[in-house]
Ligand binder design. Structure first.
Ligand code: PMP
Length: 440
């Protein structure tokens, strides 16, 4: 993530004061992706402490697919907070936790029966999926992909396939994690179109790193989020599914960023027509409240012994109430279809940007998860992080929040709430085009 320059202290005195306090009080490791001090937000708009309103193409990094402060989510949270805020679920069970597990078991792709555990963050979901896979298989190894992001805990950052800023200086890392090249741009995989060819590609790469009989789990994002919106080809996902089934390994699909309508389907893996054995969920699950889940095959989920899984706050009643409301909103507002529609509009516009601006090396994405990759030269494709940052800053100055991504931070990505209306979507894309013009 890039750091943009600070706000104009004259035009934004409250923001400048808040960010100065932040700099004094908050560890600098917590990046300033955008120099904004938020006061309140609703839908796809955020207002800062100086009263300036932005169109939000960041959605709290893909956490607010139902939008900021959705009235139904707010009402559910308010009602729940008056009834029960915490017991720690193992100490005293409560209905919203059980109801949410039932809903996720029915919603997540794959044949039943399924079970779920609730946790606090995406990293925890991925960690728990790996624990469950190891307990179920009795095997140690985990295969992940370069350019992936799976969180900032020890195992999460070990699985993550990007060194700066996530891993450098934070080792030693967890053992038995093996990375393969990301399939999107692996030159050796260029001609590998069929599922069988991808299986051969996978087996060939494994030869160099780990015995298949040691592999407890393969962990994959259907579209690498922090990695720059790199889609795994559907035939490759099918190949990973087939390989795991044949090899007795657990396929863990990390849907933390791709989940809940972001790609125009409820889950990213649906584009490949596959199901995971274990699915890691977080972000947009609870409309901004901290909540995560692992949902998967009941036989695997029940492999860890009693007491082997858990969390003090995981599946907090207020977060569960928010998540149940989020799932209702998905149905009543048909947000999955809306995600597909937004994606079509943005993709069409981004293709035109790519034709107009020679420094855009590629426009790509799945559904509402669309990206622009900035390059110094269309032939060499040398990354141009400076241009991406300049466009980001020019957009912010014009009232649009948008984030970077990618190994070289040379990608801009869209994570707008799916409740954004057509007028704000158009206005946001117009601002982005003006920012691209300004950064020529
Ligand atoms: N997996 C993916 C695919 C993510 O995008 C993220 C967060 N960006 C995580 C895991 C980690 O989630 P959290 O920050 O909630 O731990």
């Amino acid at each position: 993530m890039s750091t943009t320059t600070g706000p104009d202290t004259q035009a934004s005195p409250q923001t400048a004061r808040m960010l100065a306090r932040r700099e004094q009080a908050v560890a600098r490791g917590v990046a300033v992706s955008l120099p904004i001090a938020a006061a309140h937000a609703a839908g796809a708009r955020l207002t800062d402490v100086d009263g300036r309103t932005y169109i939000d193409f960041t959605g709290g990094i893909g956490t607010l697919n139902v939008g900021h402060a959705h009235p139904k989510v707010v009402a559910a949270v308010e009602a729940q907070v008056r009834r029960l805020t915490h017991t720690c679920f193992p100490v005293a069970a409560y209905e919203p936790y059980v109801a949410l597990c039932e809903r996720l078991n029915a919603l997540v792709p794959g044949p039943g029966p399924k079970k779920t555990i609730l946790l606090n963050s995406g990293a925890e979901a991925v960690e728990n999926a790996v624990k469950i896979a190891r307990a179920a298989t009795g095997r140690p190894a985990v295969v992940a992909f370069e350019q992936s992001f799976h969180g900032r805990t020890l195992l999460g950052m070990t699985l993550t396939g990007k060194v700066h800023p996530y891993k450098a200086g934070f080792g030693p890392f967890a053992p038995e994690v093996y990375h393969l090249p990301h399939p999107y741009r692996d030159p050796a995989a260029g001609a590998a179109a069929s599922s069988q060819a991808w299986e051969d590609w996978f087996a060939e790469h494994l030869l160099a790193v780990v015995a298949p009989s040691s592999v407890a789990a393969v962990v994959v994002e259907p579209v690498a989020g922090e990695g720059g919106f790199l889609p795994v080809p559907p035939e490759c996902l099918k190949a990973l599914r087939a390989w795991c089934t044949r090899n007795g390994s657990v396929l863990v699909v990390d849907e933390v960023q791709t989940g809940f309508g972001r790609t125009g389907r409820m889950f990213g893996m649906e584009h490949a027509g596959i199901h995971a054995d274990l699915t890691a969920l977080a972000k947009s699950l609870a409309g901004g409240l901290p909540l995560a889940a692992v949902t998967g095959r009941a036989d695997l989920m029940d492999a860890p012994p009693v007491g082997g899984l858990g969390s003090t706050y995981g599946g907090n009643p207020v977060a569960c109430a928010a998540a149940l409301a989020v799932l209702d909103v998905f149905e009543s507002e048909r947000l999955v279809e809306r995600g597909a529609r937004i994606g079509a509009v943005v993709a069409e516009r981004f293709q035109r940007f790519a034709e107009r601006f020679p420094f855009i090396g590629e426009a790509r994405g799945v559904g509402a998860m669309q990206a622009l990759e900035f390059v110094k030269d269309p032939r060499s494709r040398a990354p141009d992080a400076g241009r991406a940052r300049a466009v980001q800053q020019a957009a912010l100055a014009r009232g649009l929040m948008i984030l970077t991504a990618g190994m070289h931070a040379n990608v801009l990505r869209t994570l707008m709430p799916l409740v954004i209306d057509d007028a704000d979507l158009e206005a946001g894309l117009g601002i982005l085009e003006a920012a691209l013009d300004a950064a020529r």
